[in-house]
Design a protein around this ligand. Structure first.
Ligand SMILES: Cc1ncc(COP(=O)(O)O)c(C=O)c1O
Length: 416
């Protein structure tokens, strides 16, 4: 017994003791609706395989992160306005950054006001806030098949029931929208779609499909959430019209700096019709008060110099080179019967294997052989196709792409 213990009365000792009593933690319906992501599971396993070649993550290439430029911008902001940068800030975001985004989005005859721009902590938070704003328990959300798992996770937490809209290698099929909307027995809250270099398929909607989709959704009275984190990453530098620019009143746009600057800064934005902005701002306020001021100020400092004009061509060239290497290696090493398309941008190649093959079963063998990928089934809201896989070329070298695809090809050949 210590001197302290001897000095304590019995009551004092009882007060200082930790009380361990079991209480019933009741998980809410929404808490129970939370699902894990297969990608996070694979990432955990990969931590035990440091030499594995991973085509699994959706991470951007770290060699593209502008570390020095960002450090200088943080430095400038801290020197010039350190107290403001470290203070609480407005819930809707740092005004000059909102104005920069509004100007960037004001194209093709569309005027976006800074009041319509809400800064968020990554576009993932934008999805979460839009779920709160637009969804009631049990509402239907129309999605392309397959689609981004993070959107399925975020929207499911708000009680979304997913209705799949038919898609092909050209992306979502506009004429299939009406059929999906009519098949749904619930209130159709909105369509969630990624029109450019989609995650996971890499598919991109043509200009004509964009026009048809926006027209068809408007005819059906269906709002659209356009998620566009990869739009800047066209491998040839071609600019495509956003769905938002085709109908700014019927489309909410989600943008992100994750894939073009760094995902660690957690900076994204939502552009909404003026009628929605005040409500969305209040929801953001309740969620986290605001996104980090210092980060917004530093990134604005970078953007205002025109940094992206020189940075984006470097990213596009790098991803084009890696994508070319993957397409070439697939052609050499994958068996007949496997199919894929060359994406025009972004970070992913989607492979469909012969019908009898299950990519989840293949993953076990692949991990043993030191290669990882994501089986496609986790990306489907309904009716998963198990013979599909997503391959990311972003974080691997051209040499690793060649080696990894050759290993996968050998495993597939053994399963024929
Ligand atoms: C389609 C899609 N939307 C949203 C996100 C989330 O991005 P952010 O880092 O901006 O939250 C991702 C991330 O991979 C994505 O692929």
């Amino acid at each position: 017994m210590s001197t302290l213990d001897t000095a304590m009365t019995k009551e004092e000792r009882a007060m200082s003791e930790t009380r361990t009593r079991v209480v019933p933690w009741v998980i809410s319906h929404r808490g129970q609706a939370s699902s894990g992501s297969v990608i996070r599971e694979i990432t955990k396993r990969l931590q035990r395989l440091p030499d594995a070649i991973s085509f699994a993550g959706g991470l951007p290439a770290p060699e593209t992160f502008p570390v020095d430029a960002i450090r200088e911008c943080f430095d400038t902001v801290l020197r010039r306005e350190g107290k403001r940068a470290l203070q609480y800030g407005p819930s809707d975001g740092y005004p000059p950054l909102r104005a920069w985004i509004a100007e960037t989005m004001s194209v093709d005859g569309v005027h976006v006001s800074p009041d319509q721009v809400l800064i968020v902590s990554g576009s993932q938070q934008g999805l979460e806030l839009l779920g709160t704003l637009l969804l009631n328990e049990g509402d239907a959300v129309l999605v392309e098949t397959p689609t981004y798992v993070g959107a399925l996770q975020a929207l499911a937490l708000h009680g979304a029931q997913f209705v799949s809209v038919r898609s092909d290698e050209g992306g979502l099929i506009p004429s299939a929208l009406a059929e999906a909307a009519q098949n749904s027995t619930r209130r159709n809250a909105f369509l969630y779609t990624i029109p450019s270099f989609q995650n996971p398929t890499g598919n991109t909607l043509s200009e004509q499909r964009r026009i048809d989709l926006v027209d068809e959704a408007a005819r059906l009275g269906l709002p659209i959430i356009e998620d566009d984190p990869y739009g800047w990453l066209d491998h040839q530098g071609t600019r495509r019209r956003t769905l938002h620019s085709l109908n700014p009143e019927g489309v909410v746009f989600l943008g992100s700096f994750s894939k073009i600057l760094s995902p660690g800064i957690r900076l994204g934005y939502v552009v909404v019709p003026a009628t929605l902005s005040a409500r969305l701002e209040r929801i953001k306020q309740a969620a986290d008060l605001h996104t980090s001021m210092i980060t917004q100020m530093a990134i604005y400092e970078l953007l205002k110099t025109g940094f992206l004009d020189s940075h984006l061509p470097v990213l596009r060239q790098l991803y084009r080179r890696k994508c070319d290497a993957m397409i070439q290696a697939l052609g050499v090493h994958f068996p007949a019967g496997a199919t894929w398309c060359r994406p025009e941008g972004g970070m992913f190649v989607w492979v469909t294997l012969p019908e009898h093959l299950d990519a989840t079963a293949l993953l076990e063998d692949a991990l043993d052989a030191g290669v990882a990928f994501v089986p496609g089934s986790g990306f489907y809201a309904n009716a998963p196709r198990v013979n599909t896989m997503r391959l990311s070329f972003a974080t691997v070298s051209v040499e690793q792409i060649e080696t990894g695809i050759e290993r996968l090809g050998r495993l597939l050949a053994a399963k024929r």
